[in-house]
Design a binder for this molecule. Structure first.
Ligand SMILES: [Mg+2]
Length: 278
């Protein structure tokens, strides 16, 4: 990983889309920082398209799509994308649009319930995340969002067991997410960029900056040449094969603001895609 200060002006000027993880990328200890939230507004003011890509539930994504200064949000590790859209030819309020991955399997699937029972036996302190009632497709096991915080090794064991039983599983900085459908953050983010913005998935790879912090961001790190991480990625480098190209010196939301600051300073007036209706 190279320092984000090595991003070049020509690289920065080609960027049209800024995608980012949420937990421990925009937040620290669960709170959205003033620095990172301001950075979102600054990026938006510069005409960049902003899309959080998160493991958080559908219920949170409804709020984020409606309330945050973003163009869309991909949630539940790629099971869904929500965004607001102006009705054509009208000046009124936008409507919330929802797209669900065609391979998404509802989390009431009995196979997933059985896997949950089994993984919870790994350590009696593991528990279902408290945002579970707002999830449609995955089950989140909390190991570090609340006390007791359990070792990362325990989370890795949960993910390995879930995968050995036929689920997909990813470790974030706080949860292990498990789901049955064949999708991830990357597949949904790419298909949405193509369909919504006419993005070219071959020629346009360097139009996308992705910023993340942990192993569940790895498909995004691997796909985008301008992938970045906040400094707390260093807690997980032993679990990640495809590290991001760039890393911030600061952690969590302050690292996100640092990356945004470099990007905006280097662009120095370069234009991004125009946004309509927001
Ligand atoms: Mg994260």
């Amino acid at each position: 990983m190279r320092s984000i200060s090595e991003l070049s002006p020509s690289q920065a000027r080609r960027v049209k889309y800024v995608l980012m993880d949420i937990d421990d990328t925009l937040t620290r200890q669960g709170k959205l920082l003033a620095s990172s939230y301001k950075a979102l507004w600054d990026l938006r003011a510069a005409g960049l398209v902003l899309i959080p890509v998160t493991g958080r539930p559908a219920g949170w994504c409804d709020l984020i799509a409606r309330q945050w200064p973003v163009d869309a949000v991909v949630g539940e590790n790629g099971a869904l994308v929500f965004w607001e859209e102006a009705l054509q030819g009208r000046d009124g309020l936008p409507v919330l649009k929802q797209r669900f991955h065609p391979l998404a399997v509802q989390n009431s699937d009995p196979r997933l319930k059985d896997i949950l029972k089994e993984v919870l036996q790994i350590d009696e302190r593991l528990r279902v995340a408290k945002d579970q009632p707002f999830r449609l497709f995955d089950i989140a096991v909390d190991f570090a969002e609340e006390e007791p915080v359990l070792p990362l090794d325990t989370a890795v064991r949960v993910a390995e067991l879930a995968k050995s039983r036929g689920a997909h599983a990813k470790v974030s900085s706080i949860h292990v997410n498990m789901w049955m459908g064949n999708y991830d953050k990357l597949s949904m983010a790419k298909s949405f960029l193509c369909e919504q913005f006419g993005w070219d998935p071959v020629a346009g790879l360097d139009e996308v900056v992705f910023i993340g912090d942990s192993p569940n961001d790895e498909p995004m790190f691997a796909a985008f040449p301008l992938s970045c991480a906040v400094a707390n990625i260093r807690n997980y480098t032993h679990l990640i094969k495809h590290l991001p190209a760039f890393v911030a010196s600061r952690d969590c939301g302050d690292g996100f603001a640092e990356i945004a600051g470099h990007l905006l300073a280097l662009r120095s007036g370069g234009g991004g895609p125009r946004r309509e209706g927001l």
